[in-house]
Design a protein around this ligand. Structure first.
Ligand code: BES
Ligand code: MN
Ligand code: ZN
Length: 491
């Protein structure tokens, strides 16, 4: 599907569908919507608003039947002007495109640059969000269905007459095409079954798709590297663990960053087996890994002036005769001993070694992204992801970039007391303690494996995979983190 901006009037584009908009309560359309209204003899003001009582409430979509020249006009409600933002813009476009996807008469769609008019949002950001919305709108995971859902929208054009706005919008669309594709690819990888996606195939995927130099370490090599905590988690599976290291470096790089994605390709819980309902979607436990792999691919195209190392300790957490056991004591890469209190708190055990590895790379900053705790999901629901770390400035910087990227991260506390429950009688730390404050306790556990590097920890357990369609209209994998990571790394 093609998405582009044209420096022309919306009326001069040959299209099957024209999309305009209205803020809530507007009776006389202004701007481009006003121009379209006049061109079609007041059909929006006299018919849609007056007769059909279209109010412009956010998400309201009115489809006018075909005009004389065979065009369909869609009027999208933007809601209250003061509460309109990028997230709403993206989700609205996803919704519109989803509704057109199977329409035989929607091959070419032309849209107004929503938000860049009276709402006063930046044209680049608006074009970016519209494009991301369009790419989300056509997303579907139908790999295993005999009947594929064909997308009938072949071309989406944003029409903008103002030369300056047009130029900015063009930049926005170009970036969004890379980002949107990365998000959809991450969704595909996460949605795919754990029967096909296990450490070896995930590593192969990274080699073939990350777009950057990728080294895969096997079990023997990982053992030599001292990553016994990571190996312990994977030892109950028939699939061999793999450690994946992806590298991107710009010649002008002034900063070196490590991004680590939790890569549990399936989390059965191990010997502390999960109940069926909790295990059902645990193929999503590599959402962090998918996010960093696709982020690397995107930055290999966008080419920011930095150096990035993406790391994934990929393994499966399974119960078997060779599984790690409650009460086991494992020595992590930095020499700290971990008493296994619960084998289902495996992500942090693998991340412990990955964090040590990242520090040895002497990076300036570390970001980890993980479907880490059910507790984070209880705290923030599916609406926002959690963020913690050892450096408030970096955390703030990340949240701001995420906001720009249209993703919500909410800081959770890391008070020392959250670590009390991790005290062990026989080792330096246990991997879990009580149930209360579980997201923060996990954060404290991870902090023991970061000595001096500014570090940001992202807990996406609640947001990575949804049982019901979320605000972008998509069920299952969301591709959370991809947009924020790319924004952070290309800022
Ligand atoms: N992968 C899970 C966390 C998770 C829960 C992700 C729900 C997505 C949705 C993690 O490995 C886990 O099992 N965590 C346990 C930790 C507990 C044993 C301390 C949890 O949250 O229940
Ligand atoms: Mn688990
Ligand atoms: Zn897990």
């Amino acid at each position: 599907m093609k998405v582009e901006v044209k420096n022309v009037s919306i009326l001069d584009v040959k299209a099957d569908v024209i999309i305009v908009n209205l803020f809530e309560g507007v009776k006389v359309p202004a701007g481009v919507t006003g121009i379209v209204d006049k061109a079609y003899k007041g059909v929006i003001s006299d018919f849609v608003i007056k007769k059909e009582k279209f109010t412009g409430k956010y998400g309201e979509i009115y489809k006018l039947p075909i005009t004389a020249e065979g065009k369909k006009i869609i009027i999208a409600g933007l809601g209250e002007q003061k509460s309109f933002d990028y997230v709403k813009l993206r989700n609205l476009n996803a919704k519109i495109i989803k509704s057109l996807k199977s329409d035989d008469n929607a091959k070419t769609v032309v849209s107004i640059l929503h938000g860049a008019g009276i709402a006063g949002l930046c044209p680049e950001g608006c074009a970016k969000m519209i494009t991301e919305g369009v790419l989300s709108g056509v997303y579907d995971f139908d790999k295993y269905k005999s009947e594929k859902s064909e997308n009938k929208v072949k071309e989406f054009i944003i029409a903008e007459t103002d030369k300056e706005k047009y130029k900015k919008a063009k930049k926005g669309v170009e970036k969004a095409l890379v980002i949107g594709e990365a998000v959809n690819r991450a969704r595909d990888l996460i949605n795919d079954s754990a029967q096909y996606i296990y450490p070896e195939t995930l590593a192969d995927y990274a080699v073939k798709n990350s777009g950057v130099k990728t080294t895969v370490y096997n079990k023997a090599q990982v053992k030599k590297m001292g990553m016994n905590a990571f190996l312990a988690v994977g030892q109950g599976s028939v699939h061999e663990p793999k450690f994946i290291h992806m590298e991107y470096k710009s010649e002008k790089a002034k900063k070196k960053i490590a991004i680590i994605g939790k890569g549990i390709t399936f989390d059965a819980g191990g010997l502390d087996l999960k109940p069926p309902s909790s295990m059902l979607t645990m193929r999503d436990d590599m959402s962090g890994a998918a996010a960093v792999i696709e982020t690397m691919r995107a930055i290999s195209i966008l080419k920011p002036d930095i150096e990035v190392h993406a790391l994934v300790a990929a393994c499966e957490n399974m119960p078997s005769g060779s599984s790690y056991k409650p009460g086991d004591v494992i020595i992590a890469k930095n020499g700290k001993s971990i008493e296994i209190d619960n084998t289902d708190a495996e992500g942090r055990v693998t991340l412990a070694d990955a964090l040590c590895y990242a520090e040895e790379l002497k990076v300036d900053e570390i970001i980890d992204i993980a479907t880490l705790t059910g507790a984070c999901m209880v705290a923030l629901g599916t609406v926002a992801s959690g963020v913690m770390g050892n450096n408030d400035k970096k955390i703030k910087e990340f949240i701001e970039n995420a906001e720009k990227a249209g993703e919500r991260f909410w800081q959770l506390p890391m008070y020392e007391e959250y670590g009390d429950s991790l005290k062990s009688d026989i080792a330096d730390t246990k991997n879990t303690g009580g149930r209360n404050g579980g997201a923060s306790a996990a954060g404290i556990f991870l902090s023991k494996f970061v000595e001096k590097t500014p570090w940001v920890h992202l807990d996406i357990a609640g947001t990575a995979f949804l049982d019901n369609a979320g605000s972008e209209g998509i069920k299952g994998a969301q591709g959370i983190g991809v947009r924020s990571l790319i924004e952070f790394l290309t800022a």
